[in-house]
Design a protein around this ligand. Structure first.
Ligand SMILES: [Zn+2]
Length: 291
């Protein structure tokens, strides 16, 4: 059995057994809450809760159980014992495998709600049958979920990391730099351009780190590490209020565990601490007198 979603667009003919339901309203997920325990509804059908979907998608299976996502109207009153939370809040409060599917569900529903009508002929779009897409019954136009790639880069200079405070962050957070990829750009070009635009420095040795779906609303974050090459920090004041080189032992407030930004920073801190330990233990060994 897989502990991750086995994606499928081919739902069972009947909803005859309990399934995981990822139900959203106004960008929040509806969950059951009993005391401090939060759980994703595991029910036969959404209608069991007295809810009617504005849109519904079959997602596939998790450990043999079917998974669905649905959007319900913003104006409904939630059934007893149910509340809605944002996905960032739910991270760490529901099982990780379920949270990952919830992120996917949110992305699909957001795309669905922004693509009700054909962009070519304005006919109402329907679910396509054999793929995760919407199809226009009028002209045949296909709309696939939009995924917007964005690069995110940790830049290192002499054991320090470049962190910036981005103006649109609501909290007083410092993070690594990120930006959307433009048409016609490679990921490496996007990384170099964003860094030059935002902090005015040049980097070298750009290395892939990892990636993360980020459905706020539809990004795919592609993480890199890079080394400082030249220039002095000169921030783009429309986007950034402060930026600087930080020692791994003296970091400002950084993003939460849900983000790849945090994974990059944690990786950097761990690597630097290990290097330091190695240097110290080498020194200690040098001072051990020979017997
Ligand atoms: Zn059309």
């Amino acid at each position: 059995m897989h502990d991750h979603l086995v994606s499928s667009v081919d739902p069972p003919t009947e909803k005859s057994e309990p399934a995981w339901w990822f139900i959203f309203t106004a960008h929040m997920m509806i969950v059951e809450k009993e005391g401090e325990t939060i759980s994703v509804p595991f029910i036969q059908d959404l209608t069991n809760l007295g809810l009617r979907p504005v849109s519904e998608w079959y997602l596939g299976t998790l450990s043999g159980h079917h998974c669905y996502c649905a959007e319900v109207s913003e104006n409904i009153s939630l059934p007893a014992g149910m509340v809605s939370f944002g996905l960032r809040y739910l991270y760490g409060r529901i099982q990780e495998s379920l949270h990952k599917i919830a992120m996917k569900a949110s992305h699909i529903l957001e795309w669905d709600s922004n693509n009700r009508y054909c962009g070519r002929c304005r006919t109402e779009m329907k679910h396509a049958k054999v793929m995760r897409a919407k199809e226009c019954p009028g002209c045949g136009f296909l709309s696939f979920p939009r995924i917007s790639p964005a690069i995110i880069v940790l830049i290192e200079r002499e054991n320090k990391v470049l962190l910036a405070r981005v103006k649109r962050f609501t909290a007083d957070l410092y993070s690594v730099l990120a930006g959307f990829v433009e048409p016609g750009e490679t990921l490496e070009e996007a990384a170099k351009r964003e860094i030059e635009e935002e902090v005015g420095i040049r980097v070298k040795n750009i290395q892939y780190f990892g990636s993360q779906p980020w459905p706020f609303p539809d990004s795919l974050m592609i993480g890199f590490t890079a080394e400082y090459e030249s220039g002095e920090i000169m921030i783009d004041e429309t986007e950034i209020s402060d930026a600087g080189w930080f020692d791994p032992e003296q970091l400002p407030t950084i993003p939460g565990k849900i983000s790849i930004a945090r994974q990059l920073i944690d990786w950097f801190v761990d690597t630097k601490m290990k290097e330091k330990d190695t240097v110290i233990s080498k020194k200690e060994r040098e001072y051990v007198p020979h017997e």
